[in-house]
Design a protein around this ligand. Structure first.
Ligand SMILES: [Zn+2]
Length: 241
């Protein structure tokens, strides 16, 4: 697994790549559809992603992508629906929270437990994917992407145990950014990030750039977000850069 603090030199070819891409997921023109799965990812991921998928197959799993690129507008819809009570907001134990009992500031941090602020999602970059094992899923089962599924007798537990080992390999370019003990985001073992490219995007995302983007966006809880943005940046973004 790659060290989270590793610095990556931004050389000329990498800069060229970044100019074509979009930090906030405003367009997907530079992305490709990963064959047979429908998820959009950055083309630079394809060789490493194909190799990881094949290794999973060889180990007896069926690694599928639940989510790849997610646009700014999609993340904004998720955020606004959660803020307006149209989509459940879960606590750290994955139980629904009654938002009516919370102040606006508390609502912001409750949503952040499981959802990125629009503009700050790693899924905007096309470098990050959520994966699961389709081979052990019961028929009719609806994937939740919860910790429960990844542990004990959960349907993806065996796969995640294998994946944890695989990510330790020195040549592996994928890593799990959301692990226990880092930042304030709950652990998401299903979320993989392609280090060589994701780290370039991460270094571009500053508090100032994000503040400007939020200011110009019609987003629920905007005043509370802007008031708490330094805290949000330092605890939900910076620890993963
Ligand atoms: Zn994810």
């Amino acid at each position: 697994m790659k060290d989270g603090t590793q610095n990556l030199a931004i050389n000329e070819s990498n800069l060229h790549l970044l100019q074509k891409c979009d930090l906030f997921g405003l367009n997907d023109l530079h992305l490709v559809v990963y064959p047979k799965q429908g998820a959009k990812v950055h083309p630079q991921l394809i060789p490493a992603l194909s190799a990881l998928t094949q290794k999973a197959t060889d180990a007896g799993f069926d690694m599928q992508i639940a989510s790849g690129f997610r646009s700014f507008d999609r993340q904004l819809l998720i955020w606004n629906n959660k803020a307006h009570g149209l989509r459940p907001v879960l606590d750290q134990f994955e139980q629904p929270i009654d938002l009516h009992l919370l102040s606006d500031d508390e609502k912001v941090f409750a949503i952040l437990q499981w959802s990125a602020l629009p503009g700050a999602s790693r899924h905007h970059w096309g470098t990050d994917i959520d994966v699961y094992d389709a081979s052990r899923m019961p028929a009719e089962y609806q994937l939740q992407l919860t910790l429960e599924e990844t542990q004990d007798d959960g349907c993806c537990a065996e796969f995640h145990s294998w994946l944890a080992q695989e990510l330790q390999q020195p040549e592996q370019d994928f890593f799990r950014p959301y692990i226990a003990g880092v930042g304030s985001i709950s652990p998401e073992p299903w979320h993989l990030s392609y280090a060589p490219l994701a780290r370039l995007f991460a270094t571009q995302l500053t508090e100032d750039i994000l503040r400007k983007k939020i200011q110009e966006t019609d987003i629920a809880l905007k005043d509370s977000i802007l008031k708490n943005l330094s805290n949000i940046f330092n605890n939900y973004i910076k620890p993963y850069q």
